[in-house]
Design a protein around this ligand. Structure first.
Ligand code: IPM
Ligand code: MG
Length: 373
């Protein structure tokens, strides 16, 4: 039997607590794995000026998959940075480690299954089952940003873009530019992943989310790509929706949607909305998947105000571990976790605060682990 190498990256805040609960479940499962701790998070930014140190990057190059907790991503003000002795005067720029990880390891699929488990008092409707495919490496997350705007860029844009004329008179420090960069390859592979998933899981439709009527270049490309790839899947219907409209439709008629595919930022937004329909961020699990590596995490953040209280719901992370097992090809073990989680939710005896109960993070982990016996 293979021993899997799993990088274990708790990160900050409640990330540490939800991973602890998830470990209880994995240990009860007889999943044959070696877990290797990796340093990541705010603490390492403060100590070393790097929230995602090189040693952790090397660890990720040598594992089968990773479990990741959460990280504090604060916009750091220069003045604040100057207060930290190790960082003073270095002019370092903080970039979210998880965003860097997605790009560095080309984890281009952000997979966010959103399923209502019967008995969850937080379900908007018990029948919701929507899988979100979010592009994970480009779009508004490309990191191509200017604040202030350099003069040469302003001059070039003024020469080639009519709409830019009204900005070109401004000083560089009077505005900022964040570029939305979408490639054909990046769009194609996420759309294809969504269609493949639909095909392999008996889904009848894929809905592409965009704003191509206004953001014509990038979203236009994404939508055109979807139309062209859809032709290869004649049994699956391609729907499309503007990103603003889909937020209303998802609330009004969530059962009309099976698979959603979206560029990075829209995917970020609609996946939180979808998670809320099935119980909120305590239930939103996420997989960052590339051709070689998968990193699995809850989609919530580090929740500093709950840190140390062991009260947040670990189900999102436990379901992320289920996704990891599925991705590793351990379907049976994945099913066991899902069934045990569904049973605890249905029974309703162990509930964390978000579900109206007072069970702790670890009690929830233990309750799910007990169902595996
Ligand atoms: C997510 C989060 C991240 C993102 C943050 C923490 C950078 O919101 O995984 O959805 O924006 O992608
Ligand atoms: Mg998000």
């Amino acid at each position: 039997m293979k021993t899997y190498k799993i990088a274990w990256l708790p990160g900050d805040g409640v990330g540490i607590e939800v991973l602890e609960a998830t470990k209880i479940v994995l240990d009860a499962l007889n999943f044959n794995a070696e877990y290797i701790h990796g340093d990541i998070g705010w603490e390492f930014w403060c100590k070393e000026g790097d929230a995602f140190p090189q040693r952790t990057i090397e660890l990720l190059q040598n594992v089968d998959a990773a479990m990741f907790g959460a990280i504090t991503s604060k916009p750091v003000k220069a003045a604040e940075q100057e207060l930290i002795p190790e960082l003073r005067g270095k002019g370092l720029i903080y970039r979210s480690p998880i965003v860097r990880m997605r790009q560095l390891f080309d984890l281009y699929i952000c997979l966010r299954p959103t399923k209502a488990y019967p008995g969850n008092p937080l379900n908007y409707k018990d029948t919701i089952d929507i899988t979100v495919f979010r592009e994970n490496t480009e779009d508004m997350y490309s990191g191509v940003e200017f604040n202030p705007v350099p003069e040469e860029l302003s001059k070039t844009l003024a020469n080639i873009s009519k709409p830019f004329e009204r900005f070109s008179k401004l000083n560089g420090d009077e505005y900022a530019i964040s570029c939305k960069v979408n490639t054909k390859k990046g769009s194609e592979r996420i759309i294809r992943a969504a269609f493949e998933y639909a095909k392999n899981n008996g889904k009848k439709s894929v809905c592409v989310v965009h704003k191509a009527n206004v953001v014509r270049a990038t979203d236009g490309l994404f939508f055109e790509m979807a139309k062209s790839i859809a032709k290869e899947y004649p049994d699956i219907r391609l729907d499309d929706a503007n990103v603003d409209a889909i937020t209303m439709w998802l609330v009004k008629n969530p059962n009309n949607y099976e698979v959603l595919v979206a560029p990075n930022l829209y995917g970020d937004i609609i996946s939180d909305l979808a998670a809320q329909l099935v119980g909120g961020l305590g239930f939103g699990c996420s997989g960052n998947i590339g051709d070689k590596l998968g990193v699995f995490e809850p989609s919530h953040g580090s929740a500093p105000k709950y840190t140390g209280m062991y009260k947040v719901n670990p189900i999102a992370t436990i379901l992320a571990a289920k996704m990891m097992l599925e991705w590793l090809g351990e379907r049976e073990l994945a099913d066991k976790i899902e069934k045990a989680t569904a049973a605890v939710i249905k029974e309703g005896k162990v509930r964390t605060y978000d579900m109206g109960g007072s069970s702790t993070t670890l009690e929830m982990g233990q309750a799910i682990a007990d169902k595996l016996k």
